[in-house]
Design a protein around this ligand. Structure first.
Ligand code: GAP
Length: 453
């Protein structure tokens, strides 16, 4: 695809997200809050499906991982020890012409001269560090002792609670602590829709191990995480692994892989898988004076565990799911004429709505009653949507556009009007092939459930 085609594709995706209720600009009626987004009814379902699946495979299906739900408000001492207060910065420059604040490392150059991407001006200040953390005040007094931060990553509460979790869970190394939650960064230049936001969610695992296990576990978690993206339906050919060179890694990291996705706006990071050694625990031991070490019952050794961290962004993965799913093909309209069909090819596991239920006609009481029965039958098993408005073809299109993988139509056969053998059967339509098969209502829960797990 050319740059122009990619830009058009992204425009269509952003417009669909708003039109169908996946993602809205936050505070839109007041002009919008830059870098902040609200998820609409469908976006919320999609995001929840992603988070639940991550929790399922990373925590519930494993003996060696437990969960944590840490606070967002963070003691400044935690972030001082982790290095965020002093070094969590991006280089910033100001444009003296249009007053825009810009990230120094993202400036375009023309004939070797830095240019403002906003106004084209060349009168820019020198770069200076800008701390990305949001600071707030706790309690009524406004003195420096009342400063707290909104956490810039979920990881730090895991390190700080390492000993408590170890004591209550009685896990042996290697074991992990997982967390899903909000993080906040005052990005200088939020952009590419939700890709770089100021408020976002992370899904992080800190997997603690013996020092000699670190490199093998780094390779293990990279493989596991790639598998995860495939299991949620992201095409492998659009996923890439960047082995981050030593000079670009954090000084304490012995190895970092970025899992990248080919967005329409370019190849960008979805997740980092990093071997962080014992840096974080050691920093907190030093700063708090508390012991955060591990005693190995078998070898009688006491040591500070090392950690491998797969850290993924919820919002970036949702955006990758949406970009990957967006497709256009052609399908016949009501009169049999071919028209363009927009279809979101979500994996059924991720799709916001799993099955739509359509009575063939809205003014036929028996059809509507039966359709409501099917809705009640399926509801305990999955998220369903009932729609009786408009021609059936239009109703299919509306569901294709939001990626509903299955559609059930209740027709006169269902009522037994075309032969007793067809009573209590419905048509089950597949979103991708658009093929329909006739199935018994009683078989629907099992049939559809087996495809959405
Ligand atoms: N604990 C490690 C850590 O926070 P990171 O690479 O800074 O590492 C991890 O962030 C992931 O969080 C990223 O790969 C990305 O998916 C997500 N993320 C980071 N900054 C983000 C932002 N401004 N907007 C949306 N997602 C972001």
């Amino acid at each position: 695809m050319t740059g122009k085609e990619n830009a058009q594709r992204m425009e269509k995706i952003v417009s669909l997200c708003k039109r169908r209720g996946f993602i809205f600009q936050s505070s839109e009626i007041y002009g919008g809050l830059n870098g902040v987004w609200d998820y609409g009814p469908l976006g919320t379902e999609l995001k929840n499906n992603l988070k639940q699946y991550w929790w399922q495979v990373m925590v519930r299906e494993r003996d060696d991982v437990v969960g944590l739900d840490g606070a967002i408000l963070t003691h400044p001492a935690v972030l001082k020890a982790s290095g965020h207060v002093d070094t969590f910065t991006d280089p910033m420059v100001d444009c003296r012409t249009c007053k825009a604040r810009l990230r120094a490392d993202q400036l375009a150059e023309k004939n070797g001269v830095r240019q403002c991407p906003n106004c084209g001006g060349k009168d820019l200040t020198g770069a200076r560090p800008f701390n990305l953390m949001f600071q707030t005040q706790m309690g009524a007094s406004a003195d420096p002792a009342s400063i707290a931060y909104l956490r810039p990553e979920t990881a730090q509460s895991i390190f700080v609670q390492f000993k408590n979790v170890l004591d209550v869970s009685r896990k042996k190394l290697p074991f992990g602590i997982a967390q899903i939650g909000k993080a906040f960064r005052n990005e200088i230049n939020p952009r590419n829709f939700t890709f770089r936001s100021r408020e976002f969610e992370q899904m992080e695992l800190e997997y603690f191990c013996r020092p000699e296990q670190g490199m093998d576990l780094l390779a293990y978690w990279l493989k596991e995480r790639i598998r995860f993206y495939e299991e949620i339906g992201i095409s492998r050919k659009r996923l890439h692994v960047l082995d981050v060179p030593e000079k670009e890694r954090a000084f304490y990291s012995k190895g970092t892989f970025d899992i990248e996705y080919e967005f329409p706006f370019g190849r960008q990071e979805l997740e980092g898988v990093a071997y962080r050694t014992d840096y974080d625990l050691r920093q907190h031991i030093k700063a708090s004076g508390k012991s955060l070490d591990y005693f190995d019952d078998e070898t009688k050794e006491r040591f500070v565990p090392h950690v491998v961290e797969p850290s993924a962004g919820v919002d970036r993965t949702v955006l990758a799911l949406i970009c990957d799913a967006y497709d256009e093909d052609s399908a016949p309209d009501e009169k049999g004429k071919m028209e363009t069909r927009v279809v979101m090819r979500f994996h059924p596991r991720m799709a916001p709505i799993k099955c739509a239920i359509f009575p063939l006609l809205r003014n036929k009481e028996a059809l509507v009653a039966k359709a409501r029965e099917v809705q009640a039958l399926l509801r305990p098993h999955m998220n369903v949507f009932y729609d009786e408005g408009g021609a059936i073809g239009r109703r299919y299109r509306r569901q294709d556009e939001i990626g509903t993988p299955f559609g059930v139509t209740i027709d006169f056969e269902t009522l037994g009007e075309k032969g007793e053998e067809l009573r209590d059967t419905v048509t089950l339509r597949d979103r991708d092939s658009m093929k329909q098969e006739r199935v018994a209502i009683k078989d629907l829960p099992q049939l559809i459930s087996s495809k959405i797990r």
